[in-house]
Write a protein that binds this ligand. Structure first.
Ligand code: DNO
Length: 357
């Protein structure tokens, strides 16, 4: 297992590589170029320059989160082949820079969504929160402005401004796409890229839908054990894997996250794990919490134990943290609470390992 930390280059992050280097047990970063539009090739020289910068700071760049999938691929348009070719070229370039794992998602139109980016918690900290009735009542303009107003002037992952102009049309487009057709589009993409994932030695981890239920009339694909089984079966390559995001999946109380960790790690299909905790205030309302089991609804020890006992040997990163100690940062991606989370997870990992002997 390797512990990594999400980080954005080119001044698009308040956290520095030097700070990450000082977190015990963290060996590398999960990073991306948020300024390269989805569908464009990531140039080799640009990737190499970033890899060198990361390595110079004493860290590894083995995980990319994310190489975003162009909307035309998700929609299954005739233009998709060109974007898929570009995706494969980017994979080749990343391979040459030593990248081993790519996290991506197949969520239509928008990535994760929260109704509040800074909800106050009782201990004086704040965290991202989701209120279903409010979320369901929002118009697109309010969705976009809500996410942007809380972004602290940084690009939120999956909320790159380049996407906004087309969002309304895209949402409309998907109202007529059946789940079956959407799965055909995923299969087309996977069948095209998996041979290259094998050739370039790159594991793919699809990120679950967040929240894991339908919203704004958009199809959802990775939200339960059953849908993950279906996704993994679309292409049988072991490279076709899951990013086990405990907070996304755990937002639905019906999801048994430790048993998902057990099942999919045992299949060898979990290259990457996002570990965070959520606290429900009703069945579909929740706020994110500190990583500790006692602070949320997830049994983090059981999840870590399930991964380790089932042969998980991939990358873990502490996921969204709370905003604590007055830190100003990207929502969910400050230094302090994620650093605390990483130490807790490493502690659990060691405890499970020693308990085994
Ligand atoms: C949210 C992240 C997601 C994730 C993408 C992967 O904080 O976990 O934006 O990076 O879904 O493509």
């Amino acid at each position: 297992m390797k512990m990594v930390f999400r980080w954005w280059p080119n001044g698009d992050d308040t956290v520095t590589l030097a700070q990450i280097r000082q977190i015990p047990g963290v060996s590398g970063v999960a990073t991306m170029f948020s300024d390269i539009p989805a569908g464009d090739v990531w140039p080799l020289e640009t990737i190499m320059a970033l890899r060198d910068q990361v390595q110079k700071a004493g860290l590894e760049m083995e995980v990319i989160e994310s190489v975003n999938v162009h909307e035309d691929i998700k929609k299954g348009l005739s233009t998709r082949d060109e974007y898929i070719q570009n995706y494969i070229t980017t994979m080749k370039n990343l391979h040459e820079a030593g990248v081993k794992c790519i996290c991506y998602n197949f969520m239509p139109v928008m990535d994760w969504f929260r109704s509040k980016l800074e909800a106050p918690l009782s201990d004086g900290s704040s965290a991202m929160a989701y209120e279903h009735s409010y979320a369901s009542s929002l118009t697109l303009d309010r969705i976009i402005s809500g996410m942007m107003n809380g972004s602290n002037d940084m690009t939120l992952p999956g909320w790159e401004p380049e996407r906004f102009p087309a969002m309304a049309k895209d949402i409309e487009f998907y109202q007529n796409v059946s789940a079956e057709d959407y799965f055909k589009n995923i299969t087309y993409f996977l069948d095209a890229i998996m041979p290259y994932a094998e050739e370039y030695d790159i594991d793919f981890g699809v990120h679950p839908d967040d929240p894991p239920w339908p919203l704004f009339g958009l199809p959802k694909v990775v939200c339960s054990a059953e849908s993950i089984r279906k996704y993994l079966a679309l292409n049988s390559s072991k490279r076709n894997g899951l990013t086990l995001c405990t907070g996304s999946l755990g937002a639905n109380p019906e999801n048994d996250v430790p048993s998902m960790a057990e099942e999919f790690a045992a299949m060898g299909r979990v290259p990457f794990v996002h570990l965070r905790n959520v606290k429900h205030t009703s069945e579909k309302d929740f706020h994110e919490s500190a990583h500790l089991s006692s602070e949320g609804d997830l049994d983090m020890y059981a999840i870590v134990a399930a991964l380790q006992k089932n042969g998980f040997d991939g990358y873990i990163r502490p996921d969204h943290g709370r905003k604590i100690w007055g830190e100003e940062s990207r929502p969910g991606y400050g230094l302090y609470d994620r650093a605390l989370g990483s130490q807790y997870i490493l502690g659990l990992w060691e405890a499970v390992k020693r308990g085994e002997k």
